[in-house]
Every structure is written in C-alpha cells, then in structure tokens.
Ligand binder design. Sequence first.
Ligand code: B30
Ligand code: ZN
Length: 229
Amino acid sequence: MAAEWGYSPTNGPDVWARLFPQAGGARQSPVDICTSIASSDSNLEMKKLTFAYESQSDLRILNTGHGWKVEAPQSGSRLEGGPLGEDIYQLEQFHCHWGETSAEGSEHTVDGRAYAGELHLVHWNTTKYQSFAEAAQHPDGLAVLGVFFDVGNESNDEIEKIVSTLSEIKFKGQFTDIPDVIDPTTFLPSGLGYWTYLGSLTTPPCNECVIWIVYKEPITVTEEQVTYH
Ligand code: B30
Ligand code: ZN
C-alpha cells in the first residue's frame, strides 16, 4: 500500500487491512442501514439519549488531509443514556465526510442510498477511561453521533460558521481559529429518532471501539456548503 492511507484504488478501504489489521474485523463501519431489518428496542426508550452540549468559542479547525476536524477537548459537552448504559461520554472532536458531488459523500447509507455528507460528533467514555487514546482501545470506548446532510435551498447557519473558515486551511496540516461561537446542539436534526449499532472508526486504524448513533432525519445544507474542495 502507498505510504499513507486514502481513498484511491492503491490506498483505499480494500487494502487498509494490510497495514491496519483491525480493518479486517467483524464490526467494521460504515454500514448500509437496512430499514426493513432494523428493529426498535424498548430498552433504549426507557433511558433516553440525552446531550448536554456547551457553546464553545475559540475552537480550532484543522485540515486533516481527508477533511476538516474541529477539536473540542475539555469541552464539558456530554452525551449519555440510550445505548450508552450508565456511562458518560464527552465530546472530543467533530468532523465531516463528503464527496465529489452532492449525490454521494456520506459514509453510512440507508437502504443503499448515500446522502451528500455526514457529520460525526466523536465522544469518549470518561466513566471508564482516562483518555481518548485509551478509550479507543476498548469496545465501549467511543460514541459517535452521525448526522446526514441533505442538499436543499436553505443554508445551515451553524455549518456556515465552519465552511467560512475553510478558505484559510486549504492544505493538509493547516489550522485556524473559528471566530464564531459554536453550539453543537444546533447540528442535530429536530427529529431525534436514531439507529444504533456496535461498529468501528471508519478510517485507519479502524479500531472496533465505537457505539454508533446515526440520526434518521438529515439536516439540510446548500450545495455550496457541501461541495467545497
Ligand atoms: S470516525 O468518526 O469513525 N470517522 C478517528 C476518530 C473518529 C473517526 C475516525 C477516526 C480517529 O481518532 N483516528 C485516529 C487519529 N487520526 C487523527 C484524526 O482524528 O484525524 C489520525 C489519522 O486519521 O491518521 Cu484522521
Ligand atoms: Zn468520521
């Protein structure tokens, strides 16, 4: 495989397992969510998934070489309940996946259909583990919320706060401060139904450490907000 992983035929998902053995495992993400097979679980409704997110200023945004990532360590933003048992998960970072055109880009698909993009809010289990790195070595270490992007006429104000900084971080490794205050709650759709399953990081090292929570309802962004390259 080429020196660095990516998404081309020579360094893409089909060959990741050569350098990252976990990528050959049995709980790999993303998956196609088959709505006719998905079942509802009354246990999940008994202890509702709740998030207590804090508005954040002075967040740093980074070009990772495969997208953008906003770091939110010590944010105090917490996620608990639902499929997370008794443990509390803290927001560490959020990032996005998108494609060449708005016809593709999401990682999870629903009945074979891709959305234009997918936002990931990445949390780690602070009840059981001491650090994000430690949590990523355990099957209940991380919880990632996935939110699909649908393309429409209305722009998303919170996403715009991020998109407007991207011209400053055109190259891998560059970073800048986000001048606006971000409230992660506003990234979530109004309908709070979700699918959940046990999976993995979707990129190398592909650790099988993620409790996935994927919102059924997408949020709407404009074509311009999701096709920046
Ligand atoms: S995801 O939400 O499943 N797409 C990581 C976190 C979440 C996901 C995927 C990967 C992660 O922490 N990866 C290891 C660290 N990364 C740095 C990073 O977060 O930006 C190193 C890397 O991949 O080579 Cu990209
Ligand atoms: Zn991701």
